[in-house]
Design a protein around this ligand. Structure first.
Ligand SMILES: NC(=O)c1ccc[n+]([C@@H]2O[C@H](COP(=O)([O-])OP(=O)(O)OC[C@H]3O[C@@H](n4cnc5c(N)ncnc54)[C@H](O)[C@@H]3O)[C@@H](O)[C@H]2O)c1
Length: 293
């Protein structure tokens, strides 16, 4: 157990986290923090991730948490997963979707040339799977009244980030699904939100072309700096807890202030210095990107 304070925010609650892979994963940190906040936890991932990741280590650290195999893009898997969860735990109080994948990004396909089969897969695995989790949780009566459902998102759902490619489209869909489900779940006091996290060094994150540049840019543009996976998990605890019972249908930025910033002094200083240094300026060829200006 770390030296950090824990508050018993999830004492008496049960939940499942989809998507932990290794210690760097946001889902890993969420599962660990939920356990430390007093929850009984199950974790889930696809079979290959369970085989090649170290989920058993996480399961052990979370009080022998059940590890459920589930491909979130398959109806039958999700259905079976919730049936198994119900058998083991009964209905749960929270569900966390921490899943993302794009073959187009992995293979660095330009957005203009997207492979549409992969594009559909990106939307299915990274967006529609959120709908599937909620739908099958409801069908199997596995989510309690007053529960909380959360998915992880990124600001590229709303603003253009060149190399985030079709994942930006998947994140728009993900956030929209949260809004569409909101009023339907509200009848039972269930909340549904997305948390929009800073760039974070994880398996999925670092697969994006130029990720380290996006990370450094985020650092320069966030008054509080980029948020880590662990900090994201800590924030998520409040959203899963009873302290946020009236927060629903929101896309909640957890990004050190990045999303509200127009410019920061360090960023302006850097840009100014680069653009007025003849040698450095040659390396930033504006004409390459904006030839029509
Ligand atoms: N890393 C970042 O910079 C960042 C920033 C904002 C949001 N996010 C989001 O956080 C979430 C977690 O990603 P991460 O960064 O922790 O990376 P990660 O690689 O640790 O987690 C992604 C997980 O998705 C799982 N997955 C892929 N296909 C699946 C499927 N068909 N069914 C079930 N699971 C599947 C993977 O096995 C993996 O465990 C994703 O939604 C990601 O888009 C990440």
């Amino acid at each position: 157990m770390s030296e950090k304070s824990h508050y018993g925010l999830l004492k008496g609650k049960k939940g499942i986290v989809f998507g932990p892979l290794d210690e760097s994963s946001i889902g890993w940190q969420i599962a660990l923090n939920a356990y430390r906040e007093g929850a009984q936890i199950a974790i889930s991932n696809i079979a290959t991730a369970i085989r090649f990741g170290n989920l058993q280590e996480l399961a052990d650290a979370c009080g022998n948490a059940p590890v459920l195999v589930c491909d979130a893009s398959k109806n039958e898997d999700v259905d079976a997963c919730f049936k198994e969860l119900k058998e083991k735990f009964g209905p749960v109080d929270f569900i966390v979707h921490s899943i993302g994948m794009s073959q187009n990004i992995r293979k660095q396909v330009p957005y203009e040339d997207l492979n549409y089969e992969w594009f559909m897969r990106t939307l299915d695995v990274s967006g529609i799977s959120f709908h599937r989790l909620v739908a099958y949780a409801l069908k199997n009566e596995v989510i309690n009244d007053g529960g909380s459902i959360v998915a992880l998102s990124y600001i590229a759902s709303q603003r253009n980030y060149w190399t985030y490619s079709d994942m930006g489209d998947a994140k728009s869909l993900l956030e929209s699904i949260a809004r569409s489900f909101g009023p339907r779940l509200a009848k039972r006091g269930i909340r549904i939100n997305t948390i929009s996290q800073s760039p974070t060094y994880t398996k999925a994150g670092s697969g994006i072309a130029g990720f380290e540049k996006m990370y450094d840019y985020g650092e320069l543009m966030s008054p509080l700096g980029n948020a880590t996976a662990e900090e994201c998990a800590e924030y998520t605890m409040t959203i899963l807890s009873d302290l946020t019972r009236k927060v629903t249908m929101q896309n909640l930025f957890h990004d050190g202030g990045y999303s509200s910033v127009g410019a920061t002094i360090p960023m302006i200083k850097l840009a100014y210095e680069v653009l007025h240094d003849k040698e450095l300026a040659k390396r930033v060829d504006l004409d390459e990107f904006y030839p029509s200006r």
